[in-house]
Write a new protein. Structure first.
Length: 322
């Protein structure tokens, strides 16, 4: 029997490390190739949702001189929230998680981010914010997911240019960068695809936070749908973890981003510098415009745009990027 341990990019501040992952029986979702064509690609996507997480198994974290052990939850998920006050350089660091199942030892390495000193933290949605997904059209979204492999999926024009500029905003050297967080209502099943897509299109390397993992084909039909409170909770956690940063939030109007971001701005006044909402239809949505006006009244810069070139111009006008 095969077992898989999947680790995700975590993050740290001056007092705490936060890393997380899943433990699976048989194949983890990222074991299926993302570049297959035709029906082979469709079957690979479906297999990503036919996984069997392992609950209540011991996993052990190790980084430098720190070791901690916990057990997986019912969906195979685990977290390590560990006090850590040693001096730690800014940038990406490697950690290790291990477990033993039926005398089979498994060891995997992951990464976590200690942010560079910076003025901005960037939090972005994924689907229809930088990845063209058609989230507001159920059948078209499923068709695109099943028929187009990673090499055929597209990013919006100029979105990479905008994100790269935001990454370097206010930084004195190319070695340092602002911290990016991609927070989505897509499930953990799609982590490998999102990570690979971002790397393929040279988007800034980011911490990725997704929704509770799905374990069946029927769950696949509901991917990205349902409640979006997870996204609000993750954004709130990031901002609370790094309260010294000023944030730029990017999303779209296909689902709930404007309304989630309004809640964030009300809870964290003087924390969000600007919000960017991509228009996914032929015209602006009235309820989105109303919500954005409310956010604007809180002193937050707003850009409701169709093309990323407009968002870039807006970032220049308010002196986020030059």
């Amino acid at each position: 029997m095969k077992f898989d341990l999947k680790l995700y990019r975590g993050y740290a501040n001056d007092n705490q490390l936060y890393v997380y992952g899943h433990l699976f029986k048989s194949w983890a979702p990222d074991k299926y190739r993302l570049d297959r064509k035709g029906l082979k690609h469709a079957f690979a996507i479906l297999h990503m949702f036919r996984i069997r997480p392992l609950k209540n198994f011991e996993v052990t974290f190790q980084f430098q001189n720190v070791t901690a052990t916990t057990k997986t939850l019912d969906d195979g998920y685990f977290e390590f929230n560990i006090p850590y006050t040693e001096d730690l350089e800014s940038g990406w660091h490697t950690y290790q998680v291990s477990c033993e199942i039926k005398e089979i030892g498994i060891v995997e390495k992951g990464e976590f981010l200690k942010p560079y000193p910076s003025e901005y933290g960037i939090i972005s949605d994924i689907d229809d914010t930088f990845l063209i997904s058609h989230s507001d059209n159920f059948f078209k979204k499923l068709y695109v997911m099943l028929s187009k492999n990673i090499n055929k999926r597209k990013a919006f024009d100029d979105v990479v240019e905008h994100y790269k500029a935001l990454s370097q905003a206010g930084q004195a050297s190319d070695e340092a960068s602002n911290s990016f967080f991609y927070v989505s209502s897509s499930e953990w099943n799609l982590y490998a695809f999102i990570e690979a897509f971002a790397q393929l299109h040279e988007l800034p390397k980011a911490v990725i936070k997704l929704k509770k993992i799905k374990t069946g084909i029927s769950d696949f039909l509901l991917t990205g749908r349902g409640q979006h409170d997870h996204k609000f909770d993750e954004i709130k956690r990031i901002i609370s973890f790094y309260p010294e940063m000023t944030y730029v939030l990017l999303g779209d109007d296909s689902q709930k981003d404007p309304f989630i971001y309004a809640r964030v701005c009300k809870i964290f006044p003087n924390t969000v510098k600007a919000i960017y909402i991509r228009q996914t239809g032929k015209k602006h949505k009235t309820d989105v415009e109303t919500t954005l006006e409310t956010i604007k009244s809180l002193g937050v810069h707003i850009c409701y745009f169709k093309d990323s070139s407009k968002a870039i111009k807006h970032s220049e006008d308010i002196n986020i990027i030059s």
